[in-house]
Design a protein around this ligand. Structure first.
Ligand SMILES: [Fe+2]
Length: 572
């Protein structure tokens, strides 16, 4: 049975395909279209489907859209406005035409948004772009194939079913779904039981988004920059945020409506330099988010009695919060879905439809890596290199030769195997560099045209992680920060954040052999089993997908070399 999972309602448009409950392929639309997050999360873009990601999934499965058995879409319009689907909609030409005040958390464009989602099956069979005809032409999407899955159920399914746990508390925290902003579940075998739901307009995710906008960043995109800023500040405004968030006894919370300009002063304009005050706002928000989540986690722990926690939702990408939960929360183990943003709901929706259909199926798919996107063979890449007349040479020993270049402080584009699913580059589409000199962070930020305050993160051999980072064992998805051990920070100054932490990726041989071998070789030369790993892109661009993307990015940016599968490209 083939199940196609689609996320398209808000942003992080993505698709995946399951065959009998096993994941065959998953990818985000942004990597094919070069539009970050696929699209902006506005009602006017809700009709856009991730056709390129769907096409990649169909191609990998070797099937036409007609051969898909079920299509799981990670948003349920019936829950959004409690519609029967037969209503007419009316729309104002502009918001000001709508004079009546609307309930908080609703928009005058909600009917338009809903209409796009209700018509998504027709859009999938008829709206594909011209160049993707092969896998779509003459396709039909009958109503019985198309299943709308509750957005938070899709997040929860993405967190629990691929996790290593038979039983776990499951927690979804994001901006919003149809109405929910936070949901708690108990997961056991192939079942998720809903325990509690917090609804709009009370949303920790949207609070973080609101502050992101106030600090001059792009909301629903740049929240990780606020998290990075937070480490430079002091908790000056913590009491302000504390006074606005009210945590109940049963996992519930409310957040007062905030007027940040009135309470915290004018919004920062995009290109203005940062002030101490903005660092303090970010710090206070991050601190109070952590405090709130710790309080709520206690209820979830007691309600389920489980020692394991599985998490998803955009807020679960906050690796500083995740570390606070790991260090100070009640759970023994935490697994976070690596595609915790909305992209992961494509996977969760598909898995939920599978277990709804196959009630006796056991969970056999465990997500121990993220390499589910397009990959290219040496033959394909060499044919492309020859065709472009780009100078290259085939390497004898990719790991050893690349490690030597890295030890000479060269900055390397590293393109190997299948592309990552989820927002992090984890060794397939990465830029790698030596962490041994402090100035490498600045160099990388310049090369990638990123803000000065942005840290770069390390990858470390899994077996050595505990020697370099406090209590580190397995952390393959860069979703937790760790303190650097005493005496080690000076050896890897480029990845040491201002608070002596680092957002690490651990790697073992099974997950990604060539990447693991590279770290081994680098350790052989330098004695350090750590490299800088940052995403293979430049500012505002999604991570590269194809060999063409990689070569274009390499030749238009000041990297020193590109290692693409077995081939080395250098600049003289
Ligand atoms: Fe979401």
């Amino acid at each position: 049975m083939y199940i196609l999972g689609i996320n398209a309602a808000f942003h992080d448009s993505a698709a995946c395909i399951l065959k009998d409950g096993d994941l065959l392929a998953a990818a985000e639309e942004e990597r094919f279209t070069h539009i970050k997050h696929g699209k902006r999360p506005v009602p006017f873009s809700a009709y856009e489907l991730p056709f390129h990601a769907v096409d990649y999934c169909l191609e990998t499965a070797g099937i036409h859209l007609n051969e898909v058995d079920k299509i799981a879409y990670s948003f349920n319009p019936a829950l959004f406005m409690e519609t029967t689907g037969d209503e007419q909609i009316s729309l104002p030409l502009q918001p000001s035409a709508h004079e009546k005040p609307l309930p908080e958390g609703t928009s005058v464009w909600d009917p338009l948004f809903l209409s796009y989602i209700v018509n998504a099956p027709r859009q999938l069979s008829d709206g594909y772009p011209h160049h993707l005809q092969k896998n779509f032409i003459d396709s039909e999407v009958p109503a019985n194939k198309w299943i709308y899955v509750n957005h938070h159920t899709a997040h929860a399914a993405s967190a629990f079913y691929p996790s290593p746990y038979e039983k776990a508390a499951v927690w979804v925290i994001d901006g919003r779904g149809e109405k929910a902003t936070t949901r708690y579940y108990a997961g056991e075998n192939n079942q998720l039981t809903l325990l509690k739901q917090v609804n709009m307009p009370h949303s920790l995710g949207m609070l973080y988004e609101q502050v992101t906008t106030h600090l001059g960043f792009l909301h629903s995109s740049d929240e990780y920059k606020v998290m990075a800023l937070a480490s430079y500040g002091k908790p000056v405004y913590a009491d302000f945020f504390r006074s606005k968030i009210h945590v109940g006894d049963c996992g519930d919370y409310t957040i007062d409506k905030l007027d940040l300009e009135k309470n915290l002063g004018p919004k920062r304009k995009r290109h203005e330099p940062f002030t101490e005050k903005q660092f303090d706002i970010a710090h206070s928000l991050q601190l109070v988010l952590q405090e709130t989540v710790l309080q709520l986690s206690q209820w979830l722990y007691e309600a389920t009695g489980y020692k394991n926690l599985a998490m998803a939702g955009g807020v679960a990408l906050n690796c500083v919060m995740n570390a606070a939960l790991r260090d100070n929360g009640p759970f023994d183990n935490i697994w976070v879905q690596p595609a915790s943003g909305d992209a992961g709901t494509a996977l969760g929706a598909a898995l939920q439809v599978y277990f709804d259909d196959e009630k006796n199926a056991t969970r056999h798919f465990r997500m121990d890596h993220v390499y589910w996107g397009p990959g290219f063979s040496d033959d394909e890449i060499e044919a492309f290199l020859k065709w472009t007349k780009v100078p290259y040479r085939k390497m004898e020993n990719v790991a050893a030769e690349t490690a030597q270049l890295l030890a000479e402080n060269k900055i390397i584009g590293w393109y190997q195997g299948k592309m990552e699913f989820g927002p992090r580059a984890l060794g397939s589409r990465s830029i790698l560099a030596s962490p041994l000199h402090a100035d490498m962070q600045q160099k990388l930020n310049e090369i990638k045209d990123r803000e000065d305050f942005r840290p770069v993160a390390p990858v470390v051999l899994e077996e050595d992680a505990g020697d370099w980072f406090e209590n580190a064992s397995v952390s393959p998805f860069m979703l937790f920060v760790y303190h650097i051990k005493d005496g080690k920070g000076d050896q890897i100054p480029a990845v040491r954040h201002t608070d002596n932490t680092a957002r690490i990726q651990t790697i073992n041989e099974k997950q990604n052999k060539i990447y693991y071998d590279l770290l081994k070789e680098f350790k052989k030369i330098t004695g350090v089993p750590v490299l800088i790993n940052t995403s293979f892109n430049t500012r505002g661009e999604p991570i590269v997908c194809t060999p063409r993307d990689a070569i274009e990015c390499f030749w238009t940016s000041p990297f020193d070399a590109l290692v693409i599968n077995s081939f080395l490209l250098t600049k003289s």
